[in-house]
Design a protein around this ligand. Structure first.
Ligand code: LHQ
Length: 263
């Protein structure tokens, strides 16, 4: 598939997907969704062990391309935005969450609407100091989607989540870091360098173990302690069967750096 709205690159075991409609702040179109779906599927076979998402130009992603969305359909009927979410956005979010490798969002500029929540769905979010996050939905009469009503209260607490969702005010990268919404705000000039360093580090880590950590963390959102403890035991059983566990312990005992194969 020839990509027109995204770029896909792979450097060693780090795959990078760049949303690439810079003149429109990389807002989502149907075409971009189709290309993202294709690129996500490609990751399963290409040997990548870490995925980075970023945006081209001055923005990360301004959410749904509103010019592609009629507010009134033929015959005057209202549009079915639930169908759009169910067919395009929700599968994208779930595929990110299910991806068996760490996902980093390198938020290079404004992240608004679905673009903000798409970034928050990553496992680790780095943002340029000049970047901002905007729950823009309330300004056009919509509800935060792409998991916003799930991630935000868990990340920043319900008072801040409600304020962000109802006021739609931009929150700076630094404030987002202070609030625990993202991992780190970094200087604009070093964002991509720091992202690549982190991505290479994660790509050289025990990938299977990281995938199991991700599974446990994601499941914990809806589990009771006893259920979560059982899940930890089941996942630890799997982790204990990996070559990377053997290598990690052997390297520790031999006082040398471990070399993880990712399985
Ligand atoms: C845009 C957009 C955009 C089109 C910038 N669309 N062109 C899911 C399912 C189905 C339907 C509905 O929605 C959803 C989920 C959602 O994501 S809803 C929320 C959609 N996003 C927004 O409401 C954000 C709209 N954008 C903005 O508020 C501003 O552009 C922000 C604050 C992000 C950035 O402002 P500025 O830095 O001042 O840039 P700008 O507004 O000048 O934008 C640059 C260009 O990008 C401009 O085009 P132009 O041809 O005039 O230069 C904008 O029209 C275009 N653009 N966002 N979402």
């Amino acid at each position: 598939m020839d990509y027109k709205s995204i770029l896909f690159a792979q450097d060693r075991a780090v795959a990078t997907i760049t949303l690439n409609r810079p003149e429109k702040l990389n807002c989502f179109t149907r075409e971009m969704h189709a290309e993202l779906k294709h690129a996500m599927a490609r990751l399963k076979t290409g040997g990548a062990r870490c995925l980075v998402f970023t945006g081209a130009g001055r923005g990360f992603c301004a959410g749904q391309d509103l010019s592609e969305r009629a507010t009134t359909m033929a015959g005057g009927a209202p549009p079915d935005l639930g169908l759009t979410l169910g067919t395009l956005y929700n599968p994208l979010l779930l595929s990110l969450k299910a991806l068996e490798m760490p996902v980093i969002a390198a938020v290079n500029g404004v992240a608004a609407g679905a673009g903000a929540n798409f970034a928050l769905a990553a496992d680790i979010v780095l943002a340029a100091r000049s970047a901002s996050f905007i729950q823009a939905f309330c300004k056009i009469g919509l509800v935060p989607d792409c998991g916003g009503t799930f991630f935000l209260p868990r990340l920043v607490g319900s008072a801040r989540a409600m304020g962000l969702a109802m006021l739609g005010e931009p929150i700076s990268a630094e404030r987002a870091e202070q609030w625990g919404m993202i991992w780190k705000a970094v200087d604009d000039a070093t964002l991509m360098e720091e992202t690549q360093t982190l991505a290479l580090r994660l790509a050289a880590a025990p990938t299977r173990g990281l995938a199991l950590i991700k599974q446990a963390m994601n499941a914990s959102q809806g589990n009771t302690l006893d259920v979560q403890l059982s899940l930890e035991a089941a996942l630890q059983r799997q982790a204990g069967h990996t070559g990377d566990y053997r290598e990690g312990v052997t390297a520790f005992l031999q006082k040398r750096a471990a070399s993880f194969a990712g399985r």
